[in-house]
Design a protein around this ligand. Structure first.
Ligand code: NAP
Length: 291
C-alpha cells in the first residue's frame, strides 16, 4: 500500500472544512467536494482543488475522507462515488453514523472491494481547524501506514481501537454520551441558578479550577450566559447522535433513562427552532419560566 498524498474530503461543513485546511497545511494534495458548492469554493483560496462533481472529486485519490451529516447522506453520496474509486483508494469514514450506520457503510465498501477505515473524531470546530482532533479508529492494521499522513494531519492523537468497522465508533458513542451529558447538565445548573435568583456565572466560578471543573462546561456555560450559540457542533447534530447512543444502549441493555431524558430536552430545543444553532442552545429549552 502507498502512503497517502492525494486526499479527497467529501463534505465541507463545520468539520470537513477545518479538516481540509489541516490536510493542506500538512502539504497534502487536497480535493474537496460539497453538495452545496458555495461551502467548498472558499477552500480554493487555501490551495484545495474544488470539484464540481463527486466522481471527479474521488478519481485519483489515495484516500477519500467522508465528513457528512449522517449515515443516509454518506450512503447516498458514496453510492455515486465508490464506482469511481481507483484500485488502491482507501475510504476513511469520519462522520458520526452509529453502529448500524458503520455496518451499512462498510458493507457498501466491501461490495466495491474498497478498503474501509472507521474513523470518527472527537473535538469540534476549533480542533478541526487546528488539526487537533482525536481520531478513534477501527480498521485493518495493514492500512495504518497508508492513512497515517491523513490522521496525523487532522488529529493530535489517533487511537487505534481495533481492526473491525465499528471499533472506532463504539468509543465515539461512549465519548459523545459524555459530551451531551456535560452540556445538558451545565444547562440545567445555569437554569437552576437563574431560577433561584443567582447569577449563573457564580456556578461557573464556584466549580472553576477544582475537581468539578471542565473546560467544556466553562466554554458552553459562558455561551449560555452570553446567549451566543454560534455553531461549533449543531444542536441538530446532537439530536442525531443521541439517537445513535440510545440505539447502542438499547442493543446492549444499558440503562437509558438519563439519556432518554436528555433526548427530550434536546428535541424540545430543536422543535423550538434551534437545530442549526450550537449544542449550547439546549439551554433555551431549560430556562426557568420558558417553554
Ligand atoms: P455540518 O456543518 O452540518 O455539515 C454537514 C455536511 O453534510 C455538509 O457538508 C452537508 O452538505 C452534508 N450533507 C448533509 N446531508 C447531505 C446529503 N443528503 N447529501 C450530501 N451531503 C449532505 O456538520 P459538521 O459539524 O461538519 O458534522 C459533520 C459530521 O461530523 C457529522 O456526522 C457530525 O456528527 C460529526 N462530528 C461533528 C462534530 C462537531 O463538533 N461539529 C464533532 C465530531 C463529529 P450541505 O452543505 O450541502 O448541506
Amino acid at each position: 500500500m502507498t502512503v497517502a498524498n492525494a486526499v479527497t474530503v467529501l463534505g465541507t461543513g463545520i468539520m470537513g472544512a477545518g479538516m481540509a485546511r489541516s490536510l493542506l497545511r500538512a502539504g497534502l494534495d487536497v480535493t474537496v467536494w460539497n453538495r452545496s458548492a458555495d461551502k467548498a469554493r472558499p477552500l480554493a483560496d487555501d490551495g484545495a482543488t474544488v470539484a464540481a462533481d463527486v466522481t471527479d472529486a474521488v478519481r485519483g485519490a489515495d484516500v477519500v475522507v467522508t465528513m457528512l451529516f449522517d449515515a443516509d447522506a454518506v450512503a447516498e453520496v458514496m453510492t455515486t462515488a465508490l464506482p469511481a474509486f481507483g484500485g488502491d483508494t482507501v475510504w476513511v469514514q469520519s462522520s458520526t453514523v452509529g453502529l448500524d450506520g458503520v455496518a451499512r457503510l462498510a458493507d457498501l465498501a466491501a461490495r466495491q472491494d474498497v478498503p474501509f477505515v472507521d474513523a470518527p473524531v472527537l473535538g469540534t470546530r476549533q480542533p478541526a481547524e487546528e488539526g487537533k482532533l482525536i481520531a478513534l479508529v477501527g480498521g485493518p492494521a495493514a492500512l495504518r501506514h497508508t492513512v497515517a499522513p491523513v490522521l496525523d494531519a487532522i488529529a493530535a492523537r489517533t487511537v487505534w481501537v481495533g481492526e473491525q468497522p465499528g471499533d472506532g465508533h463504539r468509543l465515539k458513542l461512549v465519548a459523545n454520551s459524555w459530551v451531551v451529558s456535560v452540556v445538558a447538565d451545565t444547562a440545567q445548573s445555569v437554569a437552576l441558578a437563574a431560577g433561584l435568583g443567582l447569577e449563573p456565572q457564580r456556578f461557573l466560578d464556584v466549580i472553576s479550577g477544582g475537581p468539578l471543573d471542565s473546560a467544556y462546561a466553562q466554554q458552553k456555560g459562558h455561551a449560555m450566559i452570553d446567549g451566543d450559540h454560534t455553531p461549533s457542533f449543531t444542536l441538530g447534530g446532537a439530536v442525531k447522535d443521541i439517537e445513535l447512543i440510545l440505539a447502542a444502549m438499547r442493543a446492549t441493555g444499558t440503562d437509558d433513562r438519563v439519556m432518554a431524558g436528555q433526548q427530550a430536552v434536546f428535541r424540545a430545543a430543536q422543535d423550538a427552532g434551534h437545530g442549526q444553532e450550537d449544542i449550547s442552545a439546549v439551554h433555551l429549552a431549560m430556562r426557568a419560566n420558558t417553554a
